[in-house]
Design a protein around this ligand. Structure first.
Ligand code: GDP
Length: 625
């Protein structure tokens, strides 16, 4: 009797858990989202936009229907106490990161999508780190079991024209994936197990224990994996059932509904007929038309009043037509759109507050200011670095984190469109490092005037709405620029060498000197200036030809015996073998402070460790500090 009461009590108080989808690019995040929400973003990414609110509610009726085949996975069978799921519409770990709520993550449970063929990939690792750091529980979807009626093994075997081996995959989205797998041919099962083993090892390398959900010995110790095929829908029922089970057990405390408002601004969007609106994840509490709300803005807190509360039209068929339904009051957890005045400078990623009494206005203003300040102050800027601009605090942080991981320093940041003043701030770098006089504009507009000014003074602006692409744009720009400069400086680069004269091979004693040498250390190329440090450092000239057995060489490394030609320095008296120097003198390249700096700046790839050691030795000989 007691337990029944417990159940009933929690039945009343649980809210929909907030679900995020993370994983490596192309793992199938969007497709999984589509399937969960029963939408088709992936199919027509370019044109149709099904995404209306930034978060989609999946009602419990839908969940009930979709988990029919594996209801046994839910321990409180027939008792759906979770009133639905609130699915964040944008996939990716940047979005996960960017949405805060009361200091912690907005997301209650994440789906980490792993392509079963590719396993754990770089962004999978980044996602894992974030999830662990934020202590967000997650379920792994091992996606892409099979391609359009084929197994993923078939797709491999197709290439090897062994289609017959595995042609017979029985795709089935009406059964639990455990059963579907059991019904496969042995060879398919073996392959599947092999892939799973690999992935389990890859997770172990990240210090995580994972197991297939139906083999999981202890859900508190092991993260569960569900094989899915987001496209055909196989395994999706099992995935949803697992989400429900997890929500109703380990997560039940976290997702118990409270009246205390917990809401996060997810997106700022212009909508025809409504002007600028904000999409909000209302997690706990309720919002009503007329409420006085406070949110973060680019120029400080914004105070305004809710004029309309919108949710998507309940009819699923209408999802593509951007139809909204007006509501007076909405209770969490739900994705909602708020229409209000004065949202022009609104910023996404931070909480929304309601001032129910006038004196609360100042209190929340202060709260927002502190949040903004802490967020921006916690960002460490470098003296030399690029200028980074993004649409929201969260997306800014996402990009900065990526830049950090990619060893790209940043010296300035801002939120919002790129103005002339940003270009001016970025131009400070022109004096420090021209390369860094660059603005990386993530998902923001560039004012015409700003672009013109940038062109004029030589500040480069890169714009993209994908952080990886934006980074890559800068990386390839930097590479090209370095290559160009390298070529410009090549004639000033002096590589280190130490040469021993081979007295039996003196072909010409003066202008040009032609003789055999053993490269004792370092390496020589055409153009290397040669001197004799042990005889007042006299300069012989530079190498104008290297040969071995009559064949010309571009380079001769340590240990090789070659014939070299040294031409004298124009305007200087040519030096003679046997008079100014002889076989007992060691020849070396004539380095200088400047030439060393150029090697360090542009020619590191051409230098080996021992070459640097030789540089140190030469520095001592030449007395370079
Ligand atoms: P995202 O970059 O992680 O969002 O990946 P997408 O959802 O855009 O998927 C990348 C590609 O993989 C798309 O062409 C999808 O159609 C495809 N894809 C996703 N899930 C599956 C699946 O289960 N099976 C197959 N065959 N293809 C899939």
């Amino acid at each position: 009797h007691h337990e029944l009461c417990e159940n009933q009590r929690s039945t009343e108080v649980l809210r929909a858990p907030v679900i995020c989808v993370l994983g490596h690019v192309d793992a199938g995040k969007t497709t999984i989202l589509d399937n969960l929400r029963q939408t088709h973003v992936q199919d027509n990414e370019a044109g149709g936009i099904t995404q209306q609110i930034g978060a989609t509610n999946v009602p419990s009726e839908t969940i009930y229907r979709r988990t029919e085949m594996c209801r046994e996975m839910i321990s409180r069978e027939g008792d759906f106490i979770v009133p639905g799921l609130l699915i964040i519409d944008t996939p990716g770990h940047e979005i996960f990161k960017s949405l805060r709520s009361r200091g912690s993550s907005l997301c209650d449970l994440a789906i980490l999508v792993v392509d079963i063929m590719h396993g754990v990939a770089p962004q999978t690792i980044e996602s894992i780190q974030l999830l662990v750091e934020r202590q967000t529980p997650f379920i792994i979807a091992l996606n892409k079991q099979y391609l359009e009626g084929m197994t993923f093994y078939e797709s491999i075997y197709c290439l090897n024209s062994k289609v017959d081996l595995l042609y017979d995959w029985k795709s089935n989205n009406k059964k639990s994936i455990e059963l579907v797998l059991q019904e496969q041919q042995q060879i398919t099962q073996n392959h599947f197990e092999k892939c799973c083993k690999t992935i389990i090892c890859q997770f172990a390398e990240q210090n995580l224990n994972v197991a297939l959900y139906y083999e999981n010995p202890d859900p508190n110790e092991y993260y569960s994996m569900v094989p899915t095929s987001a496209r055909s829908g196989d395994g999706m029922g099992s995935l949803i059932a697992l989400i429900i089970e997890k929500s109703q057990t380990t997560l039940s405390r976290r997702i118990s509904y409270t009246h205390e408002l917990q809401a996060t601004v997810m997106e700022v969007k212009v909508i025809d007929g409504f002007g600028i609106t904000i999409d909000v994840a209302l997690v706990n509490g309720y919002l009503s038309v007329g409420d006085k709300i406070l949110i973060a803005g680019q120029e400080g807190p914004i105070v305004t009043q809710i004029r309309r509360l919108l949710i998507p039209e309940s009819n699923q068929e209408l999802r593509t037509t951007n139809q909204y339904q007006n509501e007076d009051t909405i209770k969490g957890a739900r994705g909602i759109k708020i229409v209000a005045r004065g949202l022009e400078k609104a910023m996404a990623g931070l909480p929304l507050f309601v001032a129910r009494q006038t004196d609360e206005i100042d209190f929340y203003k202060n709260e927002i200011n502190i949040m903004l300040k802490t967020a921006l102050n916690s960002i460490q800027l470098e003296d030399k670095g690029v200028y980074v601009q993004a649409s929201t605090l969260g997306s800014l942080e996402g990009l900065l984190q990526l830049l950090k991981a990619s060893k790209i320093p940043y010296s300035g940041i801002n939120i919002g469109p790129v103005h002339r003043r940003d270009v001016m701030r970025a131009s400070i770098q022109l004096e420090k490092d021209v390369l860094m006089a660059t603005i990386l504009a993530f998902d923001v507009q560039i004012e015409k005037e700003a672009q013109e000014y940038a062109n004029k003074i030589g500040v480069k602006i890169f714009q993209n709405d994908e952080i990886y692409r934006l980074r890559d744009m800068f990386v390839s720009y930097r590479k090209n620029k370095k290559e160009d400069e390298k070529e410009k400086f090549r004639h000033l680069a002096v590589f280190p060498c130490k040469l021993k004269i081979l007295p039996q091979y003196i072909f010409n004693v003066r202008d040009p000197i032609i003789c055999g040498v053993l490269v004792e250390d370092g390496f020589i190329i055409n153009g290397t200036p040669i001197c004799v440090p042990s005889n007042n450092g006299i300069n012989l000239g530079h190498i104008a030809g290297i040969q071995k057995n009559g064949e010309p060489l571009d380079i001769a490394r340590k240990g090789s015996e070659v014939c070299i030609k040294i031409v004298s320095i124009p305007g200087e008296m040519p030096k003679t073998y046997g008079r100014h120097f002889d076989k007992d003198h060691i020849l070396m390249s004539k380095i200088s402070r400047e030439s060393i700096d150029i090697l360090k700046a542009y020619f590191r790839e051409e230098m080996q460790k021992t070459d640097w050691t030789l540089i140190v030795e030469l520095k001592k000989i030449f007395g370079i500090v």
